[in-house]
Design a protein around this ligand. Structure first.
Ligand code: GAR
Length: 206
């Protein structure tokens, strides 16, 4: 069983879907800590309800990047973390953490990367950008995290049509349901060491 940290900033419905998959026996990880930059995030409440320790860590509360990164690494080590799952985490992960957990940090993005991603592309903005562009499909991307926003090797993508009647809200709802249905598969594949990474290509059974 891999020890897993969850990083989140908001409601944590993806985290809940992962907890549900764990409880149903599909996902074999131990969530040993939930780390959030936002102490009021409902996702933290979900962690507490499930007996998972919560640590509030925001860059703004530290004097320097170095102090912030050192504390983050300390927390990860204290909770014996082997892999990290970002579930609606809106901050960049420090390079030293990426380096230490290379190919062991997953993120989910509510569109088909490399389109409609990058800094500032989160929440409704992503779906509005998809609609404004006139894209006929959208979907989800699960990728390994590297040093830039939304840029690491892609592990899993699933797509859905974008009907003419969609608005950002309806599209967001369908994409979120798709996230809940599939994120656990990529988390399980990393936890079970089933993935091979060659350059940008990720292969292995999901
Ligand atoms: C999800 O749609 C996730 O893909 C997105 O935030 C939402 C979090 O929802 N993440 C990003 O946009 C990252 N760039 P949740 O808190 O209910 O899981």
């Amino acid at each position: 069983m891999s020890n897993c940290a969850v990083f989140l900033s908001g409601g944590g419905s993806n985290f809940q879907a992962l907890i549900d998959r764990k409880n149903s026996g599909d996902l074999h990880v131990d969530f040993t800590v939930c780390i959030s930059n936002n102490s009021k995030a409902y996702g933290c409440e979900r962690a507490r309800k499930n007996g998972i320790p919560v640590v509030h860590l925001a860059r703004g509360r530290f004097g320097s990047n170095e102090e912030y990164t050192a504390r983050l690494l300390e927390v990860l080590s204290a909770h014996s973390v082997e892999m990290i799952v970002c579930a609606g985490y809106m901050k960049i992960i420090p390079a030293a953490v990426v380096e230490q957990y290379r190919n062991k940090i997953l993120n989910i993005h509510p569109a088909l990367l490399p389109s409609f991603g990058g800094k500032g592309m989160y929440g409704k903005r992503v779906h509005q950008a998809v609609l404004d562009h006139g894209a006929k499909v959208s979907g989800i991307t699960v990728h390994l995290i590297d040093e830039q926003y939304d840029s690491g090797p892609i592990v899993l993508q699933e797509c859905i049509p974008v009907p003419d009647t969609d608005d950002a809200e309806s599209l967001a709802g369908r994409v979120l349901a798709l996230e809940h249905a599939h994120y656990w598969r990529a988390v399980e594949a990393v936890a079970q060491n089933r993935l091979t990474i060659t350059g940008r290509r990720v292969t292995g059974e999901l």
